[in-house]
Design a binder for this molecule. Structure first.
Ligand code: HEM
Length: 326
């Protein structure tokens, strides 16, 4: 009987604390990284087991450029570097990242503890590109003051939106994830009358009720197939910031079964759609990072400790990139 591979905890519920770590793998660091990835579920269990109320989970993403250095065999069909977007007013940069650790819990100390264990194992083998601690803010609001996450899919709709199936059988059970770190100009945003903020977002600020506003953030991110079916992603955006430094941001994270859906949303936001030149949320929010990762199944990660991948030379001479070893 065929068993379905186990996905990582992509679908775990939204939490109030998170830690986002984006790293690049230093030359020669690959064996250490592979061993850590194979041990990660055990480390997460060790820290989370005696704090069940903490709902600790971790999801690892692997970037396009490091894939062959870490894994043998085929490559996920749609894994590629994050495509930079240059609109008439705003730019979505593409920034480095070989590994993403998306750590979630209801308590910041658990995220910190797991992040510390991961870095204790990886230090000397990786370079930290970005580290962001996100927090739940008021009643699930972003720092622009709006409730964020309402239209996230749930149940089977979420599974259908984020878990790869028969379209890429070698990687069934996996997902793609795109992250972007946004910094807000909150002074400028707060100078806008609330009615104008609501037109930009497409929802009422206090009640969170959707309003019909052409060109709003909600409208630009509502993507439909030619047959009218809506294409969803699963977001777990987190506010972050530092009042002392005057830094206020949203860490965007979107999981999907294909990166094409999230990329289309981003094209609408940065390049516009029809008469709309761009998402006005961007007049108050600057994207400073942008990276795409593949999220392998938990089974694939667990197996990583078993066999080292072929070296670049071996891959070249044997054409191993074409072989399917799993
Ligand atoms: C500055 C960063 C961002 C902020 C503060 C933000 C905030 C929001 C808010 C408040 C909503 C309405 C409530 C909800 O359904 O969640 C929303 C909806 C949404 N956002 Fe964003 N967002 C940001 C970036 C993005 C990006 C980069 C994408 C996609 C690439 C995106 C995709 C969506 C989608 C798909 C919806 C739901 C649309 C629907 O109603 O079906 N957002 N966002």
């Amino acid at each position: 009987m065929l068993t379905m591979p186990t996905p990582q905890a992509v679908l775990s519920p939204l939490t109030t604390s998170s830690l986002f770590l984006v790293l690049t793998v230093d030359p020669g660091g690959e064996p250490v990284v592979r061993e850590l990835l194979a041990d990660l579920s055990g480390i997460e269990r060790s820290i989370g087991f005696n704090h069940p109320e903490g709902e600790l989970s971790v999801v690892v993403g692997i970037g396009s450029e490091v894939w062959e250095r870490l894994l043998d065999g085929p490559r996920p069909a749609e894994l590629h570097p994050f495509p930079e977007l240059r609109g008439s007013r705003h730019r979505a940069p593409s920034t480095p990242g070989d590994l993403l650790f998306h750590i979630r819990a209801t308590r910041q100390d658990l995220c910190f503890s797991l992040g510390s264990e991961v870095m204790a194992r990886l230090r000397g083998s990786v370079t930290v590109v970005d580290e962001v601690s996100g927090f739940g803010y008021l009643d699930r609001r972003d720092l622009l003051g709006f409730v964020d996450g309402t239209e996230n899919p749930g149940g089977q709709t979420a599974v259908d939106a984020v878990v790869i199936g028969a379209e890429d059988p070698d990687f069934a059970g996996g997902s793609y994830v795109i992250v972007q770190k946004y910094l807000h100009d909150l002074d400028a945003w707060e100078r806008l009358p609330v009615e104008q903020q609501e037109q930009i977002i497409g929802r009422r600020k206090l009640s969170n009720v959707e309003i019909d506003t052409p060109g709003s953030h909600v409208v630009l991110n509502t993507i439909t197939d030619p047959d009218g079916t809506e294409r969803k992603i699963l977001r777990d955006n987190m506010p972050f910031g530092s009042p002392g430094r005057g830094e206020f941001g949203t860490y965007f994270i979107g999981y999907a079964r294909t990166p094409a859906v999230t990329e289309e949303m981003l094209r609408h936001m940065f390049l516009g759609d029809g008469p709309v030149s761009h998402d006005r949320i961007l007049d108050f929010s600057t994207a400073v990072t942008g990276t795409l990762f593949f999220v392998p199944t938990a089974d694939l990660l667990d197996d990583l400790g078993d066999e080292p991948p072929a070296t670049a030379d071996e891959r070249g001479s044997l054409g191993i990139g074409d072989l399917k070893t799993r």
